[in-house]
Ligand binder design. Structure first.
Ligand code: CA
Length: 219
């Protein structure tokens, strides 16, 4: 799940990014309201974690602008202690949840998992292509009914490809789903994951589109 973290406290942001990364979330971080709006316009995250006290545009104003431009992405608001009015205003303006500061990172992770479950149950949680069945709620993959062990990035890569079955995904698009901004990625990391996936999946499920990227056929 892709999280856009909007937080101007850099040390808090760095800690969250690391801790949530361990929990299997991909976190992109921006420190201002303007950058948050630009990031959402460039690529919709799965959820936005939004601090209210930002140096440029107030977090509540960021939220209003997102909602008035029709963006329905869930927003979890972080509020400083005592900002009860802000919490109420935030919920009124379309926030989906809030967490008062200071908070336990494990609690934030637990709340994010609630959103993740909601996202994955909003549609069918199973994607099936031929013999390959991917259960997005259980994070499990079966091939011809047999469970296949898959490290997190391989799973995310396969999920991304299967969700876009029939479309060609460019290397850049796949890397954006797999890694957060600025994360060290070796130039052949994607190929290595594809190589490992192919050994676990039916032959020819993942096709290379020369010079562009990869695709799996529609079911
Ligand atoms: Ca702040």
């Amino acid at each position: 799940m892709h999280i856009l973290l909007v937080e101007d406290d850099d040390s808090l942001a760095a800690g969250l990014k690391q801790a949530l990364g361990h929990e299997g979330f991909v976190v992109n971080h921006v420190a201002t309201g303007k950058l948050a709006l630009a990031a959402v316009a460039a690529e919709l995250p799965d959820i936005i974690v939004l601090d209210l006290g930002l140096p440029d545009i107030d977090g509540l104003e960021v939220l209003s602008q997102l909602r008035s431009s029709g963006i329905r992405t869930p927003v979890l608001v972080l509020t400083a202690r005592g900002e009860l009015d802000d919490r109420i205003t935030g919920l009124d303006r379309g926030a989906d949840d809030y967490l008062p500061k200071p908070f336990d990172i494990q609690e934030l992770a637990a709340r994010l998992r609630v959103f993740e479950r909601r996202l994955s149950t909003s549609a069918s949680s199973t994607i099936r292509i031929g013999d390959v069945e991917l259960d997005t709620a259980a994070h499990a993959v079966n091939v011809a009914g047999v469970p296949v062990e898959m490290p997190r990035r391989e799973y995310m890569l396969l999920k991304t490809l299967m969700e876009s079955a029939g479309k060609v995904l460019t290397r850049e698009a796949l890397e954006a789903r797999l890694y957060s901004w600025g994360e060290e990625v070796s130039s052949n990391a994607l190929e290595v994951h594809i190589h490992h996936l192919r050994k676990k999946l039916p032959e020819k499920l993942i096709k290379t589109v020369r010079g562009i990227g990869y695709t799996v056929p529609a079911a």
